[in-house]
Ligand binder design. Structure first.
Ligand SMILES: [Mn+2]
Length: 245
């Protein structure tokens, strides 16, 4: 029987957006959620976001922020230290322990989830990429392990949703819940088909955009005195990346 799984990514400590997305997922009767990483950092409530994701996501793969933030040195700047110190020790331990890659079968297709690329959570593949970069997303690497290559790859990291099919393989970015940079409205993906099914069957991927109370989220960042709250506010309101503001 066909079923659905929600795929969320890049929550980045934006609890207001996360709760809006989780409410929408629940409204649709979707009970399974997978997470592509970058739960904390950039936004003011990484700790609460980590607790919530641990509670509702059956798998979270490790993002670049999940990997570097817990290990950040005291002299790396007030913003990074602020986000690090907002997390409890058990949460930092959990983030660095997350798997880098996760596979599942849906309607006879092998679906692979990772944060940024098959190379590492730190190697980025943009919306505009070369054919070699596309092909690289489907390779078996040290990070993904040996075994059959995927037919579908779902990733996050770039905070922009899109899907592309080339030579029988489909690459999907579900965008970002907490820090969308393609438009200001949070996005997530829905995977639809026979979960764990080995035989070909109808298969679907769709994107959902969920409006949320951005004023409330921005107010929390300012109230808590979060460093870089001003650029966070512009990013949330305009979807313009801080490097381009
Ligand atoms: Mn991210």
């Amino acid at each position: 029987m066909a079923d659905r799984i929600a795929i969320i990514s890049d929550v980045h400590g934006n609890l207001t957006a996360l709760e809006a997305v989780l409410a929408d997922i629940a409204d649709r009767g979707i009970e399974r959620i997978l997470n592509l990483g970058d739960v904390a950092g950039k936004g003011p409530r990484g700790s609460a976001a980590v607790d919530r994701c641990r509670e509702v996501c059956e798998v979270t793969v490790r993002g670049n922020w999940d990997e570097f933030l817990p290990a950040i040195a005291d002299d790396r700047g007030p913003d990074l230290v602020w986000w690090r110190d907002e997390l409890r020790q058990d949460q930092r331990d959990w983030l660095v322990s997350l798997p880098l890659s996760h596979d599942l079968l849906v309607s006879g297709r092998r679906v692979r989830l990772f944060h940024a690329s098959a190379q590492s959570p730190h190697v980025r593949v943009h919306v505009r990429h070369t054919d070699d970069e596309f092909d690289g997303m489907f390779l078996a690497t040290e990070m993904t392990g040996a075994g059959p290559g995927p037919d579908v790859v779902l990733y996050g990291d770039i905070h922009a949703a899109y899907a592309q099919t080339r030579e029988g393989r489909t690459l999907v970015n579900v965008g970002s819940v907490g820090n969308p940079l393609d438009e200001p409205t949070p996005s997530y993906g829905v995977l639809e088909g026979v979960i764990d099914g080995v035989d070909p069957a109808p298969f679907g991927i769709s994107f959902v955009r969920v409006p949320y109370d951005v004023d409330a989220e921005v107010a929390v960042a300012h109230e808590r005195g979060m460093p870089t709250a001003d650029v966070w506010e512009v990013e949330l309101r305009t979807a313009r990346y801080r490097g381009r503001q």
